[in-house]
Design a protein. Structure first.
Length: 440
């Protein structure tokens, strides 16, 4: 693609997120506060997160096996449709307050959201090279954070001054309406909405696997912290709901500067960000005054942005191994799996905040070890040693996966044989009883 075409795609996608940032702040940003205001606890929120992540993961796996479903003809129409439906679902979600109905509607919304993310990532990975990808992701993150500042500022004002619980219906509907404006931008994107031929490059499965594993563990810690933080702030510390909205606002302000700071840094510098993320769960857990959670949020977002970029940038470097579309699907699957890891912990541990924060810290520590030992791009070990560790982890997991599959097959076969034998004995017994009745 020529320079003008690349500039057009980058500008269009930056404009899209500039509007979508407000939408996300007024919908997904307000959603946890809405749930807590309805009396839902950590367990209930975790059920909603898990069910949506499970459905999204299954759908993405089907797309991974059959990518033509999404990338075939009329790709632009498909992207515009799922992009719009993701926003439309927010009109219906606040209309119900029963946890399973909320979970069902949010699951449908999450499916559309996953398809939207895959399609946009496909455009980015399929049309741009590594340098342009890093530049665009950094600028999209900064633009999204800047527009989120406006959205979260609006949410603080609206939550503080609108009366009663009906305010959440008004806020979420308002956010969805703004989101549909970004759908109009997507509908007018000038981009090659078609599957292009991709020449697959040299594969580095261990590098992709170690980056994926690092991202899953890091995102799981972030999701567990997200599930826990708002209920801890409001239910345990007695904070007002507008303070939770102010935390989101402060996080977005921090995200603007963090995105601009981290987007062009060397991979080696990201190791310091991974170390600094270790302190976030301790700060949240140890801060007992609700208002002081606002500066904690600023710190959390700034240091987390670096590791968050890291996984995406490594995928950009090795995207030829999978191809643009499968790389895009893999990124979304990673996010979904991390939610599925975090949600059951919230379901079973409920309001045991000490244990939840301890597990969050343990996940952060695990991601740190993976980064420093098994990711050659940022490891403290020599590159060849780090690559060997990465390959060992990859092979051990592949062996474990194959062993699990073979064991499962054997169990299924034995179970079927046992059922067949049981059925045979049952038929013989019925025949025996039938003959006794005839002879009797």
């Amino acid at each position: 693609m020529d320079l003008q075409g690349r500039k057009s795609i980058k500008l269009g996608l930056i404009l899209e997120i500039s509007v979508a940032g407000v939408y996300l702040a007024l919908t997904k940003g307000v959603f946890p506060i809405f749930l807590v205001s309805e009396g839902l606890l950590v367990r209930d929120i975790s059920i909603i997160v898990f069910s949506s992540a499970l459905a999204s993961t299954v759908s993405c796996y089907i797309l991974f096996l059959k990518p033509k479903i999404l990338s075939g003809p009329r790709l632009k129409l498909k992207l515009t449709f799922v992009h719009g439906m993701e926003r439309v679902m927010w009109f219906f979600i606040p209309m119900v307050n029963e946890v399973y109905l909320v979970s069902l509607l949010y699951t449908v919304q999450s499916l559309f959201s996953a398809f939207t993310s895959i399609s946009i990532n496909f455009l980015i990975y399929g049309c741009l090279e590594e340098g342009d990808i890093k530049d665009l992701m950094g600028k999209r993150a900064a633009a999204g954070s800047f527009s989120s500042v406006i959205g979260y500022l609006l949410s603080v004002i609206l939550i503080a001054f609108l009366p009663g619980k009906v305010k959440f219906i008004q806020i979420l509907s308002f956010g969805a309406t703004i989101g549909l404006v970004s759908t109009l931008i997507v509908g007018h994107l000038k981009a090659p909405f078609r599957e292009r031929e991709v020449v697959l490059g040299e594969e580095h499965p261990e590098k992709i696997y170690s980056a994926s594993l690092f991202s899953v563990v890091l995102f799981a810690s972030s999701n567990l912290l997200g599930i826990t933080w708002t209920p801890y702030l409001i239910n345990h510390l007695g904070g007002e709901d507008y303070i939770a909205a102010m935390i989101n606002f402060a996080s977005s302000v921090s995200g603007i500067f963090a995105s601009l700071f981290w987007r062009n840094r060397s991979f080696k510098l990201y190791r310091f960000a991974v170390v600094l993320t270790m302190f976030t769960p301790l700060l949240v857990w140890g801060t007992k005054q609700p208002f002081y959670h606002i500066p904690v949020s600023v710190y959390s977002t700034f240091v987390y942005t670096g590791p968050n970029f890291l996984g995406s940038f490594i995928f950009a470097r090795h995207k030829e191994a999978l191809g643009p579309l499968k790389s895009s699907i893999t990124l979304v699957i990673i996010g979904n799996i991390s939610q599925m890891l975090a949600a059951p912990l919230g379901i079973f541990l409920r309001e045991n905040y000490s244990f939840l924060f301890t597990l969050t810290l343990a996940l952060r520590f695990t991601s740190l070890i993976l980064a420093l030992v098994a990711m050659p791009e940022i490891a403290i070990l020599p590159e060849d040693v780090a690559r060997n560790y990465s390959f060992m982890i990859y092979k051990s997991h592949i062996y474990g996966y194959n062993l699990t599959i073979e064991t499962t097959k054997e169990v299924v076969v034995l179970s079927m044989k046992f059922l067949a034998l049981t059925a045979a004995f049952l038929i013989l017994y019925l025949i025996y009883r039938f003959l006794l009745i005839l002879l009797g």
